[in-house]
Structure formats: C-alpha cells, structure tokens
Design a protein around this ligand. Structure first.
Ligand code: PLP
Length: 434
C-alpha cells in the first residue's frame, strides 16, 4: 500500500511542491496532504484507504455531494457522444438559458443577466469580465478589495499600496509593477475608501470587482447595504460593478448571494464551481449592452479551445436541474448544525472564536470579535487552526487545510456524516485550546 507520505515524495519530484494548486500542499497546517483516490457523497478516500467526511467539496462545486449518480450518468452519456468538438452545441444554449432563467429571466424582468459566455475556469471568467469592463468604459483602472480572491490573472495578484487612493504593488513574483499599478486595493466593507479612490482617479476607474460575499479569507459577509452602496457609488462615477459569484453562485441560494439581497444590479457577474458540477466550467454574464462588446459581436477579444466543453456542460446542466429547494434546505441545515456544534465545542474548551457566515458558507475565526475586513481576519489566533485541523483529520474529517478558507457542505451530508463530524469536535477543540 502506498502511504500519503510516499505519494507526496513521489509527486514532489515531478510537480512543483507536489501539487497543482498551492493550498493543497497543506503548507499552513503542516504534514503530508491526503492523496485522494475516490469520492462519493459526503466522503473522500485516500491512497491508504482511509475515508473522511469531506468539508472541502472540491472547493465548492459539489453541492449535491461527490459523484452524484445522475451527474455521472450525464457526463458518461455526453462522453459517449464525443469529448470536445470545438464547435457550438445546443447544450451550451440550454445551459445559458437555464442560468439566465434561474437568475430572474433577464435584466428587463428585474433579473441579473441577459447573456452569458461560457469559459473553463473562474480565473478566465474574471479576467474576461475585467477586459470587457475596460473595453466598454475605455478606462484603465480596477478596484478590488484586500483579501478577496478572483483567480490568478496578473492584475488581480495585487497588494494594497500605502493608502486607499494609491496604486497597488505586485502580490506575486512575475507580476510586472505597471500591471499591478492598474489595480487599487481597498479595505473591504468600507464605502468611504471606495469614494476616496473614485475621487482621486476621476474618469479612470473602469470597474470594481467584488466577491458577492468574501469567502477566500475565511468567510466575511458584506455588511448590510455594502454591495448596494458599492454599486451606487460605481455608477455615480461611471464605472461598472463585477460581482464575483464564482464561489457563492448557485451555492448560497438558487440565485447565489445576489439572490439573498437583490437590492442592486451589477453590470457583470462571474460564475464557476457549481455551474460545472465538478467539471471545468465557468461563465461571465451581464446586461446585453455590455456583453455584446465581446467578440465576435464587439471589439473585446476572448476565446477558448475547450470553452463550453460538452462534458462540463452536461455536468452543469445535471447539477443545476437537481439543485432544487430541498437541496438548498439541506445545505442550510447541515451548515447551521455544524456552525452550532463547532462553536459549542470551542466554547467548552474556552477557545475564543467567532463563526463567520454568509448564507450557508461559514468559517471559524479564532478571535472574540467578528471580522469585517482582511486586517481583522489576519489579527486572529491563526496558530490554533493547525492543531484543530489535524485532530479532525486524524478522526476522519477533512477540513479545508487553511484557516483562511470557507468550509463547504453538501446536500449529501446526511445525519450520519454530521454525527461523525460532531464526534470529532471535542478532541479538536482541546487541540485548538493548547
Ligand atoms: N473567484 C472566486 C470568488 C473564487 O473563489 C475563485 C476560486 O476559488 C476564483 C474566482 C477563481 O476560480 P478558478 O480557481 O476556477 O480559476
């Protein structure tokens, strides 16, 4: 039998860090990552044959649980008809229609989007949305918020400069300074900072990109009225709003986080994760006037060999058709039960914590007071998470391997899976207390 350590050693010889996406390397919690061989329902299995209750859910897509039989069958059927055509398919149109219908049936009807373009990753979706916003407005600059993640395109790997109106610095080697300097990085949940930035750069800001609810620094919900106020401000200064629902879309409600608020209309919206049901698929959508600036209708270029891939579209269609009210009820039930139990276990051990939540997304912040921005998230007792994580893992519960990640539940987390998590909590809370 191969152990996880052996699998990691072997991987590290041929793959940088042994992983194809950094968080998988367990750097922030230590130890060898679990090398997974299969997943079903609420569980994943590693190379050692150990089974874990999974609270990663492939970082969001698996709202129905892993390998849902009807989703797998849809993909198998599609595969039998050809893996990729590099041509238009009726199924792409069906998926676009389904997305638009779910999101309120077009902007004239009070809905969110009129048209969508399918791409393969969330990174591509946000990258394209930003290019489109620049092409539409003819302006160069972008506002993003500290701690928000929108994928790894150059202009988004930017860190705040010295003040809210100053241009950003590269957050990764390899990002040229002039590219990072096209971005302004502002504190989240601070509309005054947004106004200051707009006033300092009149006529130059093309768009504000914002996670519909931040969930890549742990969960940090927008304060009531923040998304609406942001949209109002951006429009006052002639800029677009790109609402990033890659993580929240079709997970926190049938209409994403926007569906929980609906008090504003962003100009562009990005989706990913759930809409591909676990296959590589993402999308950007918006009102027709903006979307028709995309090639081949308009002058903003975007393309993709595998865009609208038939297997991904089949998985997405099957997933969304199965995601009915009962699925969302279950996601909320599982999430709320776990929030309560995690908090009770930590309280019993006297560990200062706050459950941060947005819809059915949540994470544990090791601090007394809730956090509303990245600086506050960074100030927590993050060192408590590693021992907590490993105690859970030892007992067969796989959490996201970083305190700065959301916990993801699925509708396949039945009462037995919940019970297994609950039973593991006292020991993990004791580990966190030390
Ligand atoms: N936007 C958000 C809000 C995300 O959470 C992510 C990924 O986690 C992305 C964009 C990038 O998506 P992808 O990893 O598919 O490129």
């Amino acid at each position: 039998m191969t152990t996880n350590e052996e699998a990691f050693d072997r991987a590290r010889r041929v793959i940088p860090g042994g992983v194809n996406s950094p968080v998988r390397a367990y750097r922030s919690v230590g130890g060898a990552p679990r090398f997974l061989t299969s997943a079903r329902g609420a569980y994943v299995t590693d190379v050692e044959g150990r089974e874990y209750v999974d609270l990663v859910a492939s970082w969001g897509p698996a709202i129905l649980g892993h390998a849902h039989p009807e989703v797998v069958k849809a993909v198998q059927d599609a595969a039998g008809r050809g893996l990729s055509f590099g041509a238009t398919t009726p199924a792409e149109t069906e998926l676009a229609e389904l997305l638009i219908a779910r999101l309120g049936g077009g902007t004239e009807a009070g809905g969110l989007v009129d048209e969508v373009r399918l791409v393969s990753t969330g990174t591509e979706a946000t990258m394209t949305a930003i290019r489109l916003a620049r092409g539409f407005t003819g302006r160069p600059l972008l506002i993003k918020f500290a701690g928000h993640y929108h994928g790894h395109s150059d202009g988004l790997l930017a860190e705040a400069g010295s003040g809210v109106a100053t241009l950003a610095l590269p957050a990764s080697a390899g990002v040229p300074e002039p590219i990072a300097a096209q971005t302004l990085v502002l504190p989240y949940n601070d509309l005054d900072a947004v106004r200051t930035a707009f006033e300092a750069h009149p006529g130059d800001i093309a768009a504000v990109i914002v996670e519909a609810a931040a969930a890549n620094m742990g969960v940090v919900a927008p304060l009531p009225g923040f998304n609406a106020g942001l949209t109002e401000l951006a429009h006052e200064f002639g800029a677009l709003v790109i609402l990033d629902e890659v993580l929240t879309g079709f997970r926190v409600s049938a209409q994403g986080y926007w569906g929980l608020e609906t008090s504003y209309t962003p100009d562009l919206v990005t989706f990913g994760k759930v809409i591909g049901g676990g296959m590589p698929l993402a999308a950007l959508g918006g009102r027709r006037e903006v979307m028709e600036h995309l090639a081949p209708v308009g002058p903003v270029y975007q393309a993709g060999t595998l865009s609208g891939n038939p297997l991904s579209v089949a998985a997405g269609l099957a997933t969304l058709r199965l995601a009915d009210g009962a699925v969302y009820d279950r996601l909320y039930h599982v999430s709320e039960t776990l929030q309560r139990e995690v908090s009770a276990a930590l309280t019993a051990e006297g560990v200062a914590h706050t459950i941060q939540r947005a819809g059915n997304l949540f994470s544990v912040l090791f601090a007394e007071q809730p956090a509303v921005n990245y600086a506050q998230v960074q100030a927590q007792d993050a060192y408590r998470f590693g021992p907590f994580f490993h105690a859970m893992l030892e007992q067969g519960v796989a959490l996201p391997p970083s305190v700065f990640e959301a916990w993801f539940v699925t509708a396949a987390h039945d009462d037995e899976a919940i019970e297994r998590v609950v039973e593991a909590l006292p020991m993990a809370a004791r580990a966190a207390a030390q």
